[in-house]
Design a protein around this ligand. Sequence first.
Ligand SMILES: C[S@@+](CC[C@H](N)C(=O)[O-])C[C@H]1O[C@@H](n2cnc3c(N)ncnc32)[C@H](O)[C@@H]1O
Length: 368
Amino acid sequence: MTETTKEAVETLVAPDALAARLFEATLGAMDLLSVYLGDRLGYYRALAADGPATSAELAARTGTHERYAREWLEQQAVSGILACDNPQADSGERCFRLPAGYEAVLVDPDSLTAMAPVAQVFVGCVKPLPAILDAFRTGAGVPYAEYGADLHEGQAGTTRPQFRHLLAQEWLPALPDVHARLQVDPPARVADVGMGLGWSSIAIAQAYPNVRVDGFDLDEASVQAARANAAAAGVADRVAFRVRDAGDPGLAGRYDLAVAVECVHDMPNPVAVLAAMRRLVGEGGAVLVVDEKVAERFVAPGDDVERYMYGFSILHCLPVGMTEQPSAATGTVMRAETLRRYAAEAGFRMVEILPIEHDFFRFYRLAA
Ligand SMILES: C[S@@+](CC[C@H](N)C(=O)[O-])C[C@H]1O[C@@H](n2cnc3c(N)ncnc32)[C@H](O)[C@@H]1O
């Protein structure tokens, strides 16, 4: 055994501790899946809107079955997610409530600490597990569409609060020339690449009332949902979404800013997409890539962010990135060095990492 291997082994826990850790992880997975049920069935929203409830009351408010509602309420209270003030009462008489402040985590879609979308995206990730197993064996990919609505909605749910509270308030002002351009005439144009359900485009249009945004995404279901979201937000006159491969060399237009949030690492051909973004903004425009804030290099064991990103990578990002071959096969863990290489291959001469504080995202400004 080499010195390096010995060191690595010593940083790992004993077998008993690993068993204990995986037991805890099982409880954690059950927490997440129970949060998924509570969110999808409207249980948390009903408790937040109409106050504490017995199982019969919650079932009536949500149109669900009393026996299932009771089991879920008891599971939530036993797990410390809901409170029960009369646990000694007969089961049908027990009353359950959402503890003060928990709405921010379980109910409010605009909260920066919302975790229900994380539960939803987790469920979405495992939906095509048989196809993922097959992909590991054959080297094929798993199409984004096969992950279904939970993945798409959960993903959008995790980023939407950030777009709402941070995109125009912190992220774009970190590019002062762009922030200024977006506020003046003639109206600036923004290309939003891989925009999913469109919340980044909508947030930009809402923050900068003259700006026109074009969103390009390959996933048809996402584009349809994004159009409905823009209409509901009252910005459909300035925000257009199209089903397009963002790497299509035929993509035309002249933009002041091209953005790509949490999507470059998913793309089979990230260089083509970055090259298209470079073309779309021309000489004077700006390109902003927001992607995962992973470590500078592979370190094992890694920290929680690294574990989180590798978890999504094996279940989702690598399989979707393998749907076209040849593929860059990036996976969620796109290191800064990798993005720099893709940017150079796409014709950019400079990549600047912007000084924006964020636990999960790194912000790259690319210049030709
Ligand atoms: C993880 S989602 C991110 C969605 C959104 N930007 C957000 O932050 O919530 C990745 C998105 O990239 C899109 N995508 C992947 N490859 C693409 C390509 N070549 N052209 C356009 N969109 C692409 C997917 O369809 C998906 O909507």
